[in-house]
Design a binder for this molecule. Structure first.
Ligand SMILES: [Zn+2]
Length: 261
């Protein structure tokens, strides 16, 4: 019986992954997420049977039916990641409201990761959805990180205003934008979800990842010094790590450091 449940959840995860693809590619360009899919190469409309998550990609062998162009690997990868996420959450939390909230949270971060990487934009629609869902999750006690209402408001405002100050300081000193307003808003939204401690850990991890990958890319001449990096991607990746550590491993960085001293 559990196998049947897992198959249904996997298919559900694939469909949400397909929706995440649509959001991450259309919202940054201010396109509607409701109209039918078109081929990005020749713009002819895609038939529903060629638009089945993962399966169509495999049947078409990664080549579009209309113009025989390669279909971006992003589609099946995001669909698969989304399906695996939903299965992992289901196996940990079972079927309950927390499962739905945690999946919505991580799906939004997946969308942010892709749209910031591709367009250097974090869509407002996703940020505001995260804020609203985050507040609802604490009010109704469905928050997967066990964050209470007051803590969530304090953590959210603290993260937002700290990043706002940093971005203004950077602009004032360097005379150019180092931290976009999208990054400022998203760290505030994440604060609402994960609480004070985990927000601090997300900031530490994302700064570390940014410095590490940034310097590696400068060394490999992939980017120039002073080029803009999609910081939203590092935030999203760090939230994934912190979520895994708190919900699956019960690991807390600060406790770990305190115990090691
Ligand atoms: Zn085409």
């Amino acid at each position: 019986m559990i196998y049947l449940e897992l198959i249904i959840i996997f298919l559900l995860g694939l469909s949400f992954g397909s929706f995440a693809n649509v959001c991450s590619l259309r919202l940054p360009l201010d396109k509607s997420i409701l109209f039918n899919s078109h081929c990005p190469s020749c713009a002819s409309s895609i038939k529903p049977y060629d638009n089945i998550p993962l399966i169509s990609y495999l049947l078409l062998k990664g080549v579009s039916r209309c113009c025989k162009k390669k279909i971006s690997l992003q589609y099946p990868v995001i669909e698969l990641v989304s399906a695996l996420l939903l299965i992992l959450i289901f196996l940990k939390l079972g079927i309950q409201f927390e499962t739905i909230f945690l999946f919505a949270f991580l799906l939004c971060l997946l969308i942010i990761f892709v749209s910031d990487l591709k367009f250097f934009i974090i869509p407002n629609e996703i940020t505001y959805s995260l804020v609203i869902l985050g507040i609802l999750s604490t009010i109704f006690d469905f928050n997967p990180f066990k964050t209470g209402v007051y803590e969530s408001l304090i953590a959210g405002s603290f993260a937002f205003f700290t990043f706002f100050l940093i971005s203004k300081l950077f602009l004032y000193i360097k005379k150019k934008e180092g931290l976009g307003f999208g990054d400022v808003k998203i760290i505030g939204a994440i604060g609402i979800w994960v609480g004070i401690e985990s927000t601090l850990i997300v900031i530490i991890y994302s700064s570390f990842l940014g410095i590490l990958l940034g310097s590696m890319m400068i060394m490999c001449r992939k980017i120039e010094k002073g080029d803009y990096l999609p910081y939203g991607c590092f935030i999203a990746a760090s939230v994934f790590i912190v979520t895994y550590q708190t919900i699956w491993l019960n690991f807390n960085l600060f406790n770990f450091i305190l115990e090691s001293i």
